[in-house]
Design a protein around this ligand. Structure first.
Ligand code: B12
Ligand code: SF4
Length: 471
């Protein structure tokens, strides 16, 4: 872009797809529609953009458009998780070949600045609130800098996201009420990216933004919706009270640590504010595993996970439990063990993932040091960093072995008798048996697709990178 322009300036904000990501396989199961989520980062960027920019948000998860048939933009902004980096570079190359400047931001750009800087015109590291309007001014004058570092934003500066720009095609809307996480688990990027300081948006902003969301169902994307300290919980209660009082008529799901279960008033307020489901990271069935991952909050002495899950469910809130396979303490049989433990805890859904070193995490540093990052032909291999492929060398499990563990975990947990038992329990406790059934059947159906993806992966990568064989 060169020279000053007074007419509207065209900005494309793009969320690249990853063809290997099962979450978007809507065709295979209608219920997968409920797993395609809105790219909130781009709606926030749009909220920060002055009115004289004409903005189009493109979410490739809904289908890859024919960019050459679209009007030429003046500037392209791309967001990407690590698993989307390859596709992000393809999109960037397309527009750069047309002479359109490309800016990339988000978690991958922040963690892998050097790699990204080689492929786009300008890289934004950190949160965008403090630098986006200046960047747009620079773009307008044809003087984009190579790097803008937004650091951590002041939560008063977080704009209302432009929910009006992405309508149709989604089952859930999305909103954020806090950033950062007071915990610092070894495998997680959140603390490295958003900091340990737990920052909360002003409650009136959240309520106002909620009102602008069209969808009845909403994902609250916060990594840790309630926090850990007394003052965090007090704020969460205030937020839920304000949401209930505003009579938003929304139902929402969120992410929290297991301490969500420890406060009856908090649970009652969350349910009243529309909470219908919560993702909880249990991570490992053993205290040794939890210690290895630095998940201190789950190590509380005397914690009874089963009773905690029940307490949450009593408020008509579904619990989806997440576990990780591939820890140094994990031995053959871990898959079945996780399925058993998740069944014992009584979670409604189980999400088991492979231990994955994501750039910028402590796990990454450790595995790099020990030469255990197996799939390291970057950027090509980033597409496997979805947590659904074994990309590392695992201490007691070969590549084939860990895949078998994952399959046996899912097969056990999603076996028909176990699904029916869960649905019956949900019915008996007057919860939501139909939603429980649909969610479980959808996961069971996806298992077949996962097995095919593993077979393709094994064909391409074999067992050549096994740690077990080498050590
Ligand atoms: C919601 C969410 C999802 C949704 C995605 C919704 C979507 N389409 O965006 C779902 C559930 C689908 C999902 C899936 C996955 N996720 Co996820 N997800 C999140 C979560 C919790 C919130 C993201 C969000 O909306 N944040 C709110 C926005 C406002 O913040 P933001 O994205 O950081 O954007 C700000 C800045 O980064 C910057 N910015 C961002 N993009 C751009 C672009 C430009 C041009 C500019 C200038 C600036 C900029 O400006 C924004 C405003 O400050 C994050 C954690 C987190 N704190 O970010 C994990 C997170 C991003 N996910 C993660 C992972 C690993 C995954 C998966 C790979 C695995 C999994 N099973 O969870 C999959 C794969 C997805 C894929 N397509 O490949 C990791 C990513 C780490 C990494 N290095 O990539 C995170 C950080 C969580 C973690 N524990 O480590 N995820
Ligand atoms: S509690 Fe969750 S969001 Fe917080 S550091 Fe651990 S895994 Fe990340």
């Amino acid at each position: 872009m060169s020279g000053e322009r007074t007419a509207a300036i065209r900005l494309y904000l793009i969320n690249p797809c990853n063809p290997l990501v099962s979450l978007t396989r809507v065709k295979e199961s209608r219920w997968n529609r409920y797993r395609v989520w809105k790219p909130l980062s781009l709606m926030v960027l749009a909220g920060l953009t002055p009115a004289d920019w004409e903005i189009s948000i493109v979410d490739e998860n809904l289908g890859v458009p024919d960019y050459s048939a679209m009007p030429r933009p003046d500037l392209v902004g791309i967001t990407a998780f690590t698993s989307q980096a390859n596709r992000a570079y393809e999109v960037a190359a397309h527009f750069r070949a047309l002479g359109v400047p490309v800016v990339m931001g988000g978690i991958h750009a922040t963690m892998c600045f050097d790699e990204v800087a080689q492929r786009v015109d300008s890289v934004v590291t950190g949160e965008a609130e403090g630098i986006w309007s200046g960047l747009l001014e620079d773009a307008r004058h044809g003087s984009l800098k190579r790097r803008y570092d937004g650091g951590l934003a002041d939560m008063n500066a977080v704009p209302l996201a432009r929910h009006d720009l992405l309508v149709g095609g989604y089952a859930f809307g999305a909103i954020q009420t806090t950033r950062g996480c007071p915990l610092n688990c070894t495998f997680c990027s959140v603390t490295a990216f958003n900091g340990t300081q737990y920052r909360q948006r002003p409650i009136p902003d959240v309520v106002r933004e909620f009102r602008s969301i069209r969808e009845k169902l909403v994902l609250i994307v916060d990594d840790n919706l309630i926090g850990t300290r007394t003052e965090h919980i007090a704020r969460a209660k205030d937020l839920f009270r304000a949401m209930a009082q505003a009579n938003l008529r929304k139902e929402w799901i969120g992410q929290a640590t297991i301490n969500f279960a420890d406060d009856e008033e908090l649970l009652a307020l969350a349910a009243k504010a529309g909470c219908r489901g919560v993702f909880i990271g249990f991570e490992s069935p053993s205290p040794e595993g939890l210690a290895e991952l630095g998940k201190k909050s789950n190590l509380l002495k005397g914690r009874d996970f089963r009773a905690s899950v029940r307490r949450i469910q009593r408020h008509n809130i579904l619990v989806a439990g997440s576990f990780i396979i591939g820890l140094d303490v994990d031995e053959p049989g871990i898959g079945k063990r996780i399925a058993e433990v998740a069944g014992h805890y009584g979670v409604d859904n189980l999400n088991a993932l492979f231990l994955t070193p994501l750039p910028g995490t402590r796990l990454w540093d450790q595995m790099k040091l020990e030469s255990r990052v197996a799939l390291d032909t970057f950027p090509e291999d980033w597409k496997y960093y979805t947590l659904t492929f074994p990309v590392a060398r695992y201490k007691h499990l070969s590549t084939d072995g860990i895949i078998e563990e994952m399959i046996s975990c899912d097969r056990d947990f999603y076996s028909m008798p176990r699904i029916l038992r869960r649905v019956w329990s949900s019915f008996w406790h007057r919860r939501k048996p139909l939603i429980c059934l649909a969610g479980n059947l959808s996961c069971r159906r996806n298992l077949r697709l996962d097995c095919k993806a593993y077979a393709d992966f094994q064909r391409q990568h074999g067992n050549g990178h096994d740690w077990v064989k080498q050590s």
